[in-house]
Design a protein around this ligand. Structure first.
Ligand code: NDP
Length: 336
């Protein structure tokens, strides 16, 4: 039986990063575990997520999600075991996914926690393949890019959490050819094992050149995780009525100056392109559909995802810093 701790540890944002984050931007603190109020649960976090979007929340700017506050605990996806409950809906012993990561224990309303089935997949999968990144890949391809059977699809950041899933789902949904880019030869190799038809290392050659080699006849869909020169190369490679899902721009998150936009956007006019941005949370209606499909694909062995683990809460800031540098293959996670 797990005993309820009296104190626990969490990370706060100590200062806002300028450019790439450093360990100095984070501070580990100890706090008392509060008594539960009616309707609350106490969760012992087992695994937490670090995600690129957290970099945006460290800036003091208005966005689709409010900025982290200095000296306040950081937040993010986490899965853990409920060790105390004052809710009839969530029993002690359940595993839940919720939004209070960056801490060893979380106290939250039961309605802010979703019970997950760790018999189907390990807890960590609910932060990757079966969680927000997986859903992002599905939403981006289906509702946003309106991918069709027979399309040629290009995915950047292809070896990351979203990208690995996106490539496999594109294939499962009938794409004729799926190509990707990633930042190392090992990652490119892994993409081919996961079913990508071709991939290139964007650090070895200009993106436009790499893309021409893997998709000489052009592309119909571009799933953009990177922005910048990747988006520019994709615009040039897109065919008539091509579609872009603007999912992320990780190449620019640590930028200290406004990046130059794609210089060839005018091509969107003649080609009748659609460029559509999205936030996964804008498509809640697709969550259940995705979970059902993904669980089926997972059980059939048709959907796989790598996980890169770091151990211990103390290592969470470094895991986040390293994520933005490409140290992960698949989902970057911290075991607590
Ligand atoms: P990843 O697992 O893909 O990790 C980030 C990756 O970014 C790194 O592994 C690294 O891989 C790559 N990277 C870092 N710098 C650069 C660069 N300068 N150029 C190209 N690649 C770079 O993260 P996620 O899968 O969680 O997220 C992928 C993208 O999707 C991000 O842009 C994220 O913000 C976005 N996103 C958007 C959501 C939405 O709702 N719109 C939801 C979730 C994610 P490499 O070694 O290949 O460089």
């Amino acid at each position: 039986m797990t005993t309820t701790p009296t104190s626990t540890r969490h990370f706060v944002l100590a200062s806002r990063p300028h450019g790439a984050p450093t360990n100095d931007n984070f501070r580990l603190e100890t706090a008392e575990v509060p008594d539960l109020s009616d309707g609350q649960v106490l969760v012992r976090n087992e695994v937490m997520s670090v995600d690129p979007y957290m970099r945006g929340r460290m800036n003091d700017v208005k966005s689709y999600v409010p900025p982290f506050q200095i000296d306040a605990p950081l937040e993010g996806g986490a899965v853990g075991e409920v060790i105390a409950s004052r809710s009839d809906d969530v029993a002690v012993g359940s595993h839940v996914v919720h939004g209070l990561g960056w801490r060893e224990h979380a106290v939250l309303p039961a309605k802010g926690a979703t019970v997950v089935d760790t018999d189907i997949a390990p807890a960590s999968a609910y932060l990757g393949l079966l969680g927000m990144p997986g859903l992002t890949a599905y939403v981006g391809l289906t509702a946003v890019a309106e991918m069709r059977e027979g399309d040629t699809v290009f995915i950047s950041g292809a070896a990351g959490a979203v990208g690995q899933v996106a490539g496999q789902i594109a294939k499962l949904l009938g794409a004729e050819r799926v190509v990707g880019s990633a930042g190392s030869a090992e990652k490119v190799e892994r993409l081919l094992e996961l079913g990508y038809d071709a991939a290139f290392n964007y650090k070895e050659k200009p993106v436009a050149e790499g893309l021409r080699e893997v998709a000489p006849d052009g592309i119909d869909v571009y799933f953009d995780n990177v922005g910048g020169d990747h988006l520019e190369a994709a615009i040039s490679a897109l065919r008539l009525h091509g579609r872009v899902a603007l999912c992320g721009a990780v190449s620019q998150y640590n930028a200290t100056e406004a990046p130059a936009g794609p210089r060839n956007l005018f091509q969107a006019i003649g080609k009748g392109l659609t460029l559509r941005g999205f936030i996964v949370g804008q498509y809640p209606q697709l969550a259940a559909e995705y979970r059902a499909k993904a669980a089926g694909w997972l059980a059939e062995g048709r959907l796989r995802g790598d996980e890169t683990f770091r151990d211990g809460l103390d290592g969470a800031p470094q895991a986040f810093i390293d994520l933005l540098e490409g140290a992960n293959t698949g989902k970057m996670l911290v075991r607590l």
